[in-house]
Ligand binder design. Sequence first.
Ligand SMILES: [Zn+2]
Length: 500
Amino acid sequence: MQVVIRFDELADYLAADCDFIVELGEQKGIGSSSLIIRKCGKTILVDRGLAFEGAGAEKLTTYPVGADLKDIHIDLMIFTHVHADHTGLIVPTILAHDESRVIFSRKTLEELKIVLADSLTIQKKEAKKAYFSGLPAPAAMFSEEYVDTFLARAEGGFYEIVNTDEEDEWFSFEDWPDWDFGFTFSGHTPGSFISFIKTPDGDGIVATGDFCGHDQETTEGVPTLRENFLEMGNFRECRRIILITEATNGNRDREESQEEMDTRLKAVLDETERRGGNALFPVFMVNRGPNIVMKLVRLGFKVFVAGGVRKTIKAEIEPALLDKWLADGTVMLIQNGKDYEEQLRAAAHGEYGFRPIVTSSATLDQGAGVDFAIQMLPVPENALISTGHRFDGSAMKEFFEIKNKPLGPGHTIVLNRMDRNFRLEKKVVNVRCGGYHFDYSAHPYCRELVTLATSLNPDVVFVKHCTEEGFHGLESALHNELGEKCPPISWARHLHLFEL
Ligand SMILES: [Zn+2]
């Protein structure tokens, strides 16, 4: 059975004695992830994220419904990985639910320390920006005190912290008879895992979270689940296997192999160097930043790193390797201090030699990337390189729309930068550099989604974290692959409640 509910009806469904799942986020397409699983009298929350839409000053944050869910009794929370669309609200949610057990990974905690500090800094800057623009301060999502409390509890053993980057884990809780939980690395980003829940009625639930079937520079892909992991939890013996999978790339397969893309990237950079230019890589600081730094070094380039990527490389690249690169000058980090602007200018103008710049943020809507773009986009010899999804409404997307038009006057882009006094400046930038896109996705393509799903032999499939095209792409690929044996497939989108 499937019904569309209002959030205020959720309490009634929880009070009734029935099992179901319902997604509280993902209002449109992918967005923020926050799934409620109600099973055998327990309420489990998988992720509590937030999503960013639109660009620059018009940027909107979308939240899952239900704020911190304070009127709902939650028995267990699972946070699948550090990305904001999965853990953006982890701090207020956990602190509003002392009754709940909490599970996340050691690596997720390590990266949360970086991104929570970054969120607090951004919150402070936004408040100052609003003040100087004569606007009311935006509501803070959480305070420094909240973050400190959360981190102290995490270190103090309040939560179940798994180490899935190192080993698979199966465990149970004494006061939850006949429940078993399994976690295994998902290949998406350091610290990400796939969750397995064996319930007292014999069902087995698999929530993939975000995963990745192909290798990235810093992580190995997970094309199928290891049989010995499933055996450890006797998972194949479950009465039914209920699969809840992501499908970010459900409607597409790779157009270019990893090797072809790397070869093309190297050719673009060699050509940029030959004509005396430099290359700018605005990236998301988590996962993509460290991956691009690793890739560039592997392809034989020296790298200049700025913004939050300076912190995430320390969490995601093996420390001894990174130390070696820093010592021998392979990787250079911009240093905070009074000559920061001078280092930025020198790097942008190639005065440290040909040294591609890897910096946040991928959308070019904020962060250090904007300062480099202002200096680099007007120079025809330079290259701007996008290595991920180009979000609608972002300055990055606008840049590529300009690049695709025939050459002519008026090729400008407006970038928002914050000056030293937290005042928002609109910079009109003449776009004359080259632009290149490489689809280094950290999500599984359609074929990989089908491989993982069929290897589990599920009895029911729910598809989430996808656009409508993504859902239909995976649905028809699974029908093609399994024919008559294909299990029922549903799109578990915003406030659609499915009885289990
Ligand atoms: Zn993710």
